[in-house]
Design a protein around this ligand. Structure first.
Ligand SMILES: Cc1cc2nc3c(=O)[nH]c(=O)nc-3n(C[C@H](O)[C@H](O)[C@H](O)COP(=O)(O)OP(=O)(O)OC[C@H]3O[C@@H](n4cnc5c(N)ncnc54)[C@H](O)[C@@H]3O)c2cc1C
Length: 295
């Protein structure tokens, strides 16, 4: 959205293709307190503000999923899942990251039937129910803080010997009588009939397999860059993040830029993603100007 705002204000004909607005910010379970100028704001509220600003400008918007990006005769071609094709002189990739799956039996079968990757979206469905959160990092603990207002009981499963969330998040969760943290717990299976009924985990210390009766499973084991559609035009690191030049966010393909969580940048934050979106749009503008001058 930031790249879109900058590009259109630079006078570029701007087209934004997205699956949805807000990405990870829209799914945030607790308020944002580190975006300058907005002391405290919920994720959905911040997204609404950005979307309003973007839509007040002359930017064309297509809701869809880009499946492939190619370059033909100096023009980029983006193809979407619903078979539409869009051409551009410069292209900014800003597709962020998707939740990493657990890859255990039962996960895929119970998506939407108790397995969730978004507590803000699905949390209210678990009113007075027993749920498990898989992952003891900040995302897992933020989900727990959110769910303590809704669920009856919350298990947080962490495969390591200690949880990794910030101590402030840990303190809030530990104050709730509803939350129980289980460390050294490696999830093995999600069980149920029509809906989730239980999870099975292995206790790494005792090597025992244990079952917990739960009606919901919230997956919080990290994110993976959404970069599979752009293979061939960019270089990746070992985590499938796109390599970019820091100064401009440019990739190895002239005219192709990558901003936000999908690139190799170490610090994945809203402000850094927005900053890179601005940088990429300014660099795309320079690239288009230079190409026009050369013709
Ligand atoms: C639980 C949690 C809490 C966080 N808390 C904070 C916080 O308090 N403060 C902070 O600064 N940061 C926080 N972050 C990090 C922050 O949310 C991210 O760094 C930021 O959202 C990255 O923005 P992005 O635009 O690069 O990617 P994303 O937010 O992932 O957005 C990517 C967008 O691209 C779209 N997209 C993906 N693939 C395609 C495709 N193929 N075609 C079309 N569209 C596509 C998606 O639908 C989405 O709209 C948090 C993250 C998580 C997970």
């Amino acid at each position: 959205m930031t790249a879109g705002i900058y590009a259109v204000r630079l006078g570029l004909k701007t087209f934004l293709i997205t699956k949805s607005f807000g990405g990870q910010v829209a799914k945030k379970a607790v308020d944002i307190e580190n975006y300058p100028g907005l002391e405290k704001i919920s994720g959905p509220e911040l997204v609404k503000k950005m979307e309003k600003q973007l839509k007040s400008l002359e930017v064309k918007i297509e809701i869809g999923e880009v499946r492939k990006v190619e370059k033909e005769n100096k023009l980029f071609l983006a193809s979407t899942a619903n078979k539409k094709k869009f051409q551009a002189k410069a292209l900014i990739l800003a597709s962020g990251a998707d939740p990493r799956p657990l890859e255990v039996p039962g996960e895929k079968e119970f998506i939407g039937k108790g397995v969730s990757y978004c507590s803000v979206c699905d949390g209210p469905l678990f009113k007075d129910k027993v749920v498990a959160i898989i992952g003891g990092g900040n995302a897992g603990f933020e989900t727990a803080i959110f769910l303590t207002k809704i669920a009856k009981k919350i298990y947080i499963l962490e495969s390591g010997s200690e949880v990794k969330a910030f101590s402030a998040n840990q303190e809030v969760v530990k104050r709730s009588a509803k939350a129980e943290i289980i460390t050294n717990a490696v999830l093995k299976e999600i069980r149920g009939n029509k809906f989730v009924e239980a999870i099975v985990y292995k206790d790494k210390k005792t090597k025992e397999e244990k079952e917990l009766k739960v009606e919901g499973v919230f997956v919080e084991v990290g994110y993976q860059p959404a970069t599979s559609y752009v293979k061939g035009l960019v270089d990746f690191n070992e985590r499938d993040e796109i390599k970019v030049e820091f100064e401009t966010c440019k990739t190895k393909t002239p005219g192709l830029f990558a901003a936000g969580d999908l690139n190799v940048g170490q610090f994945k934050q809203i402000i850094t993603a927005c900053g890179e979106g601005a940088k990429a749009a300014l660099a795309a503008y320079n690239y288009i100007q230079l190409s026009a001058n050369r013709q």
